[in-house]
Design a protein. Sequence first.
Length: 527
Amino acid sequence: MTTNSVNGVLEGLVAQRVASRIWAKDPSVWPSPDDGGDPASNTLGWLQLPIGLPRLIEQFQEARSNLAKDEIADIVVLGMGGSSMTTLTLQSMLSDGESSSPKLRVLDTVHPDSVRDTSESIDPSKTLFVISSKSGSTVEPLSLESHFRNFTPKTGSEAGRRNFAAFTDPGTPMSERARNGEFGTWISTPLDVGGRFSALSTFGIAPAVFAGLSLEGVADNAVRMAQECSADSPTNPGLQLGAFLGANALNGKDKVTVVTSPEYAAFGLWIDQLLAESTGKHEKGLVPVTGEPILSAERYSEDRQFVFIGSKTEIELRSKLEELGHPVFTVEVDDASDIGGEFFRWEFATAVAGSVLEIYPFDQPDVETAKQRARDLVGIERSESTGSCVEEVVEAIGHQSAGTYISIVAFLPESREVTDAFNRLRQAITLANGIPTTFGYGPRYLHSTGQLFKGGPKNNLVIGFVSGKYDDLPIPGAEYTFGELLNAQAQGDFAVMREVGQSVKEIYTDTDPVDVVEKITTALVSL
């Protein structure tokens, strides 16, 4: 393999004026999109978002005053992927550990238990439901909307309609419903901005402003970073990061291990989608490894590159990794408001890395396949013989070799207890055989890393956990329930991943999933 130095790649990007060409929307920076994919000229609207951000924030602050008049106590964002990831990040980083006012919530799952928990924790008459979908046809938020419209009193009245806001592109089915008066508010989203590049658009900004989070510093940092990313210069921070990501991947170090300071932990979810969905296609791709338990430097495999976010983050580990020859990139941040600049830096760097890797970063050709398979499976009962036992999963983990990775996906209700159990499992896997791991809740990951799992390199063992027992919940107006939708999404995605060549082991559990996860962890520790 030819060694591609980061400095050499960066010099090439500067010489080829890649930064200027991206800003000029030059499609020759990347290969052509797949059939049906939008051309680059129709997908680069995110470049202009920072300059309009102060006015956008001001506009939404005016709308926030109306929420106070209506005594809105909760804002519940019903969205998936790019329609919700930024809200999750800003909520975590800017609330200072205290509840916002109104309280900001994100519901990006159709698990019946989670839907019921949210329903029972709010007063629907004092809640603004934000149905967030670029296409206006995403099944999860539309199913959740049906539930909460049925759950909310007086939904047929003007008072009921005021509790629902539509965030969607012009010309979508949802926008037509908004024109017909089904929503109290319709906020149009930009047609030329893809979901995962929409952090600084309505999708990411409006819910945070509605909840009273301060975004002025976020906007200032986004503008500054956009300006810095405009130059054909080796000091361009987006070119620097993009060259680092791309050059190391060309050298076989495609596992992008992101280590953050505590306040930036939620940013990892956003990075997951941006990198995986943008680059995971045609059996190539950057594999984001985020939220991973910290190990000693000697435990990390040779197929990794490391990005540290926060100058004081794990200084000793960073130094040791550099001593051992691992590639390390440090993102300096001063405070949480720097997230505005980091959204833009990573978007620009991902576009640059796509050019380096000869990948078109603005389409997602393999996502629709799993969606169609889920539609085909809705209402079909799972066979009793489906699934793997703990011993089979442990054996499969033990057979993984260097260069591979393991993805744990959980179609379970999200909780701190469950997440901690999977983190212990991730640590046990890497200690046992050095293999990197990723983790994501379903169906969230379907709109995030799912593209990588199906379109990226065929070097992944996917271990899926699915609730086998719960109190199901009907979806008003649908011929299937939330539980049937969840199971169809899980089975459909597992089937498609197998068909494209990934190895998949799935566990259906009727008991506490933490107990099952601990059994696998204990078995690995004893190896």
